[in-house]
Ligand binder design. Structure first.
Ligand SMILES: Cc1cc2nc3c(=O)[nH]c(=O)nc-3n(C[C@H](O)[C@H](O)[C@H](O)COP(=O)(O)O)c2cc1C
Length: 452
């Protein structure tokens, strides 16, 4: 039987996507500035045999709603937000198998530096690092970095293609496998004839240099991607190994998953080259009644204002300008095209801000699954079967309660049914997820072409 993958979705901040819940009496997310908060989180995820922790990131602030960052500053909606890479070494230190997917934006920092940071983490985690490649959707981020606004949607992906070419050359091609000798008798650490300078002179980037890190277990980190517009899907099909989608029902997930796999197949990577994960929010109790009571309790703390501010920035439309029951009719954006399409072109019926509030509170953009452990397990299995997906990215609600609930109540049921692993496989993250190999990218991936 096919086993599912599960990641814990989080962010190095107080309010991730279930806005307002930080104020719940049992929520501990204000502890995000402490290493203990992160090491405990990682230990819980590994106790539940989760495949990994997936850390989101933005480098701007949500200021589209009411034309101001005030609503999100007041409600801690993804601001303040600390760097997502920093807690990873500590989490890796207290775990052995857990993977780490971390979001880093290609638009605002040179590929050379990103390549070194990822290689460093691949060494320190012993091959358990993954990179969620994002190109950004916030003009506020662009302004903070000295630009007037974000580059145009498709041009961001074009630049990212070039960015990847450079990091692939650095990770895969700069050092030969046998370049490092560590030969104490001769005093020779590495053979310079086996370390090559990478050169790139393209439309968006220009660089020359050797990769500063010696080869790490996976070399190229496991590659995640989350953009689902037509251009985003092309990009994912070419580069991603795990694709993070946010479909609101299994039928929509199936259509995205089929499109992605068909594209991966058409370019010779094979339909199995992609693992597709859907965003999910779970409220579980020992009984259905307990779960429903818990949801009601959570709802009392949810922030409508923060939810609208977040959604406005995602779709690049100020929802404060709409009446609560006015249909959102704008159909194009330079922000997140797939998020806008999900409430316009792909929506089963016209969507209003009231519908968005209903979806967002407190379900992180999608209605939470609510029920007993067996009911949640049934839902997850239905999504896998009908949605054609491989697993889930579990949003937090009240932290760390929601992760503990999943681990203690749902995981044992899934394991008993044989649809979730009882233990981890050995080896680097890529090997654990895809089996076989040595943790390196398969030959059909475009990065493999840069190996010597
Ligand atoms: C489930 C999901 C998670 C995402 N997480 C992030 C994130 O952490 N940081 C970010 O900058 N963008 C994030 N994005 C945005 C995408 O990377 C992408 O920029 C956006 O969806 C626009 O691309 P598209 O128009 O191709 O969908 C996420 C998107 C989705 C669907």
């Amino acid at each position: 039987m096919k086993t599912m993958q599960i990641y814990a979705f989080d962010m190095n901040c107080v309010g991730h996507i279930n806005h307002g819940l930080w104020a719940h009496p049992r929520d501990r997310s204000v502890g995000y500035t402490d290493l203990d908060y992160w090491t405990e989180f990682a230990k819980t995820a590994e106790r539940g045999k989760l495949d990994g922790i997936f850390l989101a990131d933005i480098v701007g602030v949500y200021d589209v709603y009411k034309g101001s960052p005030a609503p999100v500053i007041e409600t801690a909606a993804q601001v303040p937000v600390n760097d997502p890479l920093m807690p990873i070494s500590a989490m890796a230190y207290v775990t052995k198998h857990l993977g780490f997917g971390v979001t880093v934006n290609t638009t605002f920092e040179p590929p050379f530096l990103l390549a070194r940071r990822m290689s460093t983490l691949d060494h320190l985690t012993k091959g358990r690092i993954g990179w969620n490649i994002v190109t950004g959707y916030l003009d506020s981020a662009a302004r903070s970095m000295g630009f007037d606004k974000l580059p145009e949607h498709d041009a961001r992906y074009d630049a990212a293609e070039e960015y990847l070419e450079i990091v692939y050359k650095l990770w895969e091609g700069s050092w030969d496998d046998d370049a490092v000798l560590r030969h104490k008798a001769s005093g020779i650490y590495a053979d310079p004839s086996k370390v090559r300078t990478v050169s790139h002179d393209g439309k968006y980037y220009r660089m020359q240099g050797i990769h500063l890190c010696e080869p790490s277990p996976q070399r190229t980190p496991l590659l995640f991607q989350a953009g689902a517009s037509a251009r985003g899907q092309d990009f994912a099909a070419r580069h991603a190994e795990c694709v993070f989608i946010a479909s609101s029902n299994p039928r929509a997930a199936r259509s995205t998953a089929d499109a992605l796999r068909a594209k991966a197949e058409a370019i010779g990577r094979g339909a199995d080259a992609l693992k597709i994960l859907n965003l999910v929010s779970v409220v579980v109790g020992r009984t259905e009644k307990e779960a429903r009571d818990k949801l009601e309790d959570y709802r009392r703390h949810a922030s409508v204002e923060a939810s609208l501010a977040h959604y406005s920035a995602s779709i690049g439309i100020d929802l404060s300008k709409y009446g609560l029951d006015e249909v959102i009719s704008q159909s194009s954006t330079n922000a997140n095209q797939s998020a806008l399409a999900s409430i316009t072109k792909q929506a089963a019926k016209p969507v209003t801000p009231r519908d968005i509030i209903d979806q967002m509170v407190p379900g992180s953009g999608m209605k939470p699954m609510v029920g007993s452990p067996e009911q949640i397990a049934d839902h997850l299995q239905t999504w896998i079967a009908e949605g054609g997906i491989d697993g889930f990215n579990l949003a937090r609600t009240v932290a760390p309660e929601s992760l503990r609930d999943l681990v203690d109540l749902v995981v044992p049921v899934l394991q008993e049914r044989g649809v979730f692993k009882a233990d981890y496989a050995e080896g680097p993250l890529r090997q654990k997820l895809f089996g076989g190999g040595n943790g390196r990218l398969p030959a059909a991936h475009p990065a493999a072409g840069y190996r010597r």
